[in-house]
Design a protein around this ligand. Structure first.
Ligand SMILES: *[C@@H]1O[C@H](CO)[C@@H](O)[C@H](O)[C@H]1NC(C)=O
Ligand SMILES: *[C@@H]1O[C@H](CO)[C@@H](O)[C@H](O)[C@H]1NC(C)=O
Length: 319
């Protein structure tokens, strides 16, 4: 009994530590904000090169020769094909055509959401920016998708904001492991008439009960599209979500986090495929040894140096 009593005291100390840890992550967020400002000038130049607002000098275009080896055969093939195509068209490409669309296609997490009818729209995507919440404000980050003027919608920026919480849960303080995304909000897309790819019209036959006559009515129903990313399910006040919405949100948080943490900082490597090749290599090595699937996944989590700090913020906790 007396020892048990003291253990309770230790647990209370542990809760205090969890609250200190929460402060630590708040400072990490502040640091991230500070460094985001230091990266931004370079991201701006990147954006200007992609959208042909700036032509890099010869000096800026110098890159060490062994870089070619890093390109996959597939990339080389693609480059060759594109070169041939260009020769035919005798057209001078502007900036880096389809830069972000290619990034999307190269990343499984994003390409899974991508529908064929999304692609012509994403060709107009010129930049993705991450904005952190101001100091003293509740912790959040916003992804800004900057588009050039296009026929599909009138917005120039589409936004997605992720609200986070860095605070131990009263009812389960020991599970605290850093900030978590709590909910997210999208934006209204001002679709041009007839261009709303998140909608489709279907024709339905309706039979009049009495007369037995049949008429055809058209109905609009939701259509699969990347652009549904901007209308995520809402987390209701009581925190209760149906399974579907919960799955959608869990995937959404993971995507939002991945865009912020990996894609935006290293976009060029996802464009060339270099960042993806690394992931594949890891996978192959581990796949050879593990024979049951569960074991494989566990090995993945343990050996992936990114795993622990990255996934922490995407756990979904309904309040
Ligand atoms: C709805 O989705 C289908 C399949 O992805 C696509 O072929 C079709 O064009 C979409 N409809 C609209 C109106 O965008
Ligand atoms: C586009 O479709 C969505 C449903 O997927 C709907 O909520 C929205 O109001 C539509 N927007 C326009 C401008 O038609």
């Amino acid at each position: 009994e007396v020892v048990k009593r003291r253990i309770n005291a230790l647990k209370n100390l542990q809760v205090k530590c969890a609250h200190i840890e929460a402060k630590f992550y708040e400072e990490v967020h502040e640091l991230e904000r500070k460094y985001a400002a230091l990266y931004q000038p370079f991201f701006d130049v990147r954006s200007n090169i992609v959208k042909a607002a700036y032509e890099p000098t010869d000096e800026e275009c110098e890159w060490k020769a062994d870089e070619d080896e890093e390109l996959t055969d597939e990339m080389k093939e693609k480059a060759k094909l594109e070169e041939e195509k260009k020769d035919e068209e005798k057209e001078d490409p502007k900036g880096i055509p389809e830069f972000w669309l290619t990034v999307f296609k190269n990343v499984d997490l994003l390409s899974d959401m991508l529908q064929e009818h999304d692609e012509p729209i994403l060709k107009h995507l010129q930049d993705i920016k991450v904005k952190f919440s101001d100091p003293g404000q509740p912790m959040s980050f916003t992804l800004e998708f900057h588009f050039e003027p296009n026929d599909f919608f009138s917005n120039t920026v589409l936004t997605k904001t992720y609200k986070m919480r860095s605070e131990p849960d009263e009812s389960d303080p020991f599970s605290f492991d850093g900030p978590e995304i709590m909910c997210c909000t999208g934006c209204t897309i001002e679709w041009t008439k007839g261009k709303n790819v998140t909608l489709k019209t279907i024709k339905k036959k309706q039979k009049h009960k009495g007369r037995g006559t049949v008429r055809t009515v058209t109905k609009t129903v939701p259509n699969d599209s990347f652009f549904n990313f901007f209308t995520p399910p809402e987390v209701p006040e009581n925190g209760e979500l149906d399974e579907d919405s919960e799955a959608v949100l869990a995937a959404d948080f993971e995507i939002g986090h991945f865009i912020r943490e990996r894609i935006v900082p290293r976009a060029v490597l996802y464009f060339t495929g270099e960042a993806i090749e690394d992931d594949d290599d890891d996978y192959d090595e581990e796949g050879e040894e593990a024979d049951d699937e569960e074991g494989e996944e566990e090995a993945d989590e343990e050996n992936d140096p990114d795993y622990v700090p990255k996934v922490r913020t995407v756990h979904f906790h309904a309040m």
